[in-house]
Design a protein around this ligand. Structure first.
Ligand code: NGO
Length: 528
């Protein structure tokens, strides 16, 4: 009897699936009509629907120009599409129709693209390889969420007809991962990189050192990694990247058009270094390793020459490993360094960064010293930050310091969503999805000229974050909003429309195995 019921239920389910109805709810298992061209995050700059959709079939080819970069992005697209469609999808320079990736002159800038879709095919055109890659991310989102699964799905694989023209508002669209408070392996970082790429994030800032752990091998000071990296918050085993590991992260990030921005935080947040080498301490005594979560208690010894030998060695080795333009020197919460010493330290350290060919970035406290020409300051204040401090940052911005916006009460991904969020901190307040999205980087900092704003970055500090599932729960859905703040024109910025586009991402995250926070502010679609 029970067996009979099960069979009936199964038959019923199969029938529903055949009818295109989800077994778990009312949503169609695979939409019969294609995703509208404007249901993409981040919102494209302009969308013009027209004509019939394109359908990916077993005969579809991915046609690429005869360039290494276009071919690589073609192969990347094929890797996304093959498992779920079950099609061969050869990447080839020959044939007609199909999905075409084309490099050509045009008003696309360094990262923009145009996507034309119609009955015969989809063409993504860009002036630079990064634009092709971002166009491919848009194409992914135009296909049903099941395209992200790693087993064959029924289809149909339709792309709505029309044209998208798209270029980013800002050149800096970053995400920061703190690998110091908890260590994350190369594979965990790669997983996050893939998630960032889906939303056209183009900078991966790695917070490589802090009181609790030093995470990058430095040949001239080996104990930094072997001893200073041997623990983490709560006293776990910690870890560090060998130079080969770090290069692999840089390579993988570059293959997804992300630039790695390494950070060595100084002169504060340096207990792991001070514990590793007694001579770096003013009193010559090494403190014990630290596994708590207090901030502001450590400082490099500003008056000792060896401090600058140390900084020179670290920056030289890190710069040599880093093809990107930037090197982040921290500079936040130097509460155990006097103001005079802080200024003195920054005056000596910034030229070292320049000497090794890199541009300085510091947390916005750097604007209280003398930011070097071309330096960027990363603003992490909040609504409650004093007018004086905001004015100091705005004055630096007027003086030529570029600003990256990471307001803690908006896009710190480690802030709790609500009082009930099991992970995260709340020192900057509770940050629900709407609050995280609902602000304008262009006008956010009073007195800072819009032209000084280089973009936005969403930091994820990891005092309470220990595994990939934790990263994902805190990043999704807020990361998508930060990405949109960085990419989309201000004119598209509107919560009511955004929340509908955001809701459509839910089934995609489920298909990708991302466990996200189901904010009640968002009208999530029923899972497939
Ligand atoms: C602050 C602090 C970090 C903490 C983080 C936690 C900055 C720039 N310094 O942000 O050390 O980990 O808050 O939210």
């Amino acid at each position: 009897m029970r067996q009979h019921h099960r069979t009936l239920r199964l038959l019923g389910s199969l029938l529903l699936v055949a009818m295109g109805v989800s077994v778990t709810g009312a949503a169609p298992a695979q939409a019969a009509s294609p995703t509208p061209l404007d249901r993409v995050v981040p919102a494209p700059a302009s969308v013009a629907p027209s004509g019939s959709p394109y359908r990916i079939t077993p005969d579809t080819r991915i046609r690429v120009d005869d360039s290494r970069e276009a071919r690589r992005t073609g192969e990347y697209l094929a890797t996304v599409l093959r498992p779920s469609t079950g099609y061969r999808l050869p990447v080839t320079a020959h044939g007609a129709g199909g999905i075409r990736l084309r490099l050509a002159e045009g008003p696309f800038g360094a990262e923009g693209y145009r996507l034309d879709s119609g009955r015969k095919g989809v063409t993504i055109t860009a002036a630079k390889p990064a634009g092709l890659f971002h166009g491919v991310q848009t194409l992914r989102q135009l296909l049903p969420p099941a395209v992200e699964k790693d087993s064959v799905q029924p289809g149909p694989w339709l792309v709505a007809g029309g044209t998208i023209q798209d270029t980013p508002r800002y050149g800096w669209r970053g995400a920061m991962l703190d690998v110091s408070r908890h260590f994350f392996t190369v594979d965990q970082v790669k997983r996050y990189i893939d998630q960032l790429a889906l939303y056209k994030i183009n900078k991966l800032h790695l917070h490589l050192s802090d009181d609790q752990g030093w995470r990058i091998a430095i040949d001239s000071w080996p104990r930094l990694a072997t001893y200073g990296g041997s623990t983490q918050v709560g006293g776990g085993p910690g870890g560090h990247y060998t130079k080969a590991d770090y290069k692999e992260i840089v390579r993988y990030a570059a293959s997804r058009y992300l630039e790695v921005v390494p950070e060595i935080d100084m002169p504060g947040h340096t207990n792991a270094a001070l514990a590793s080498y007694a001579e770096l301490n003013c009193d010559g005594v090494a403190p014990p390793l630290y596994t708590g979560t207090d901030v502001g208690f450590s400082s490099l010894c500003v008056g000792k020459e060896i401090t600058y030998d140390f900084v020179d060695d670290v920056i030289r080795e890190l710069a040599a490993l880093t093809p990107g333009r930037y090197l982040h020197i921290g500079g936040d919460e130097a509460h155990s360094t006097s103001h005079a010493d802080y200024v003195k330290f920054m005056d000596r350290v910034q030229p070292i960064v320049a000497e090794y060919g890199k541009t300085v970035i510091g947390w916005h406290q750097l604007t209280g010293a003398n930011p070097s020409r071309g330096a960027l300051a990363q603003y992490w204040g909040l609504d409650g930050t004093s007018a004086e401090e905001k004015a100091q940052v705005a004055a630096a911005a007027r003086g030529g310091t570029g600003i990256i916006l990471s307001p803690a009460d908006r896009i710190y991904l480690d802030m709790k969503y609500t009082a009930d969020t099991p992970l995260g901190l709340d020192w900057a307040g509770l940050v629900e999805v709407k609050r995280s999205y609902d602000w304008d980087p262009g006008t956010y900092l009073p007195g800072a000229p819009a032209s000084a704003i280089r973009g936005v970055e969403a930091p994820l500090w990891t005092e309470t974050i220990a595994k990939s599932a934790d990263i994902e729960y805190m990043a999704f859905p807020r990361l998508a909003g930060a990405a949109e703040l960085g990419w989309s024109p201000a004119s598209t910025h509107e919560w009511e429309a955004y929340k509908v586009r955001l809701a459509a991402q839910g089934p995609r995250w489920e298909a990708l195995g991302i466990g996200y926070y189901r904010s009640p502010q968002v009208p999530w679609q029923t899972a497939e």
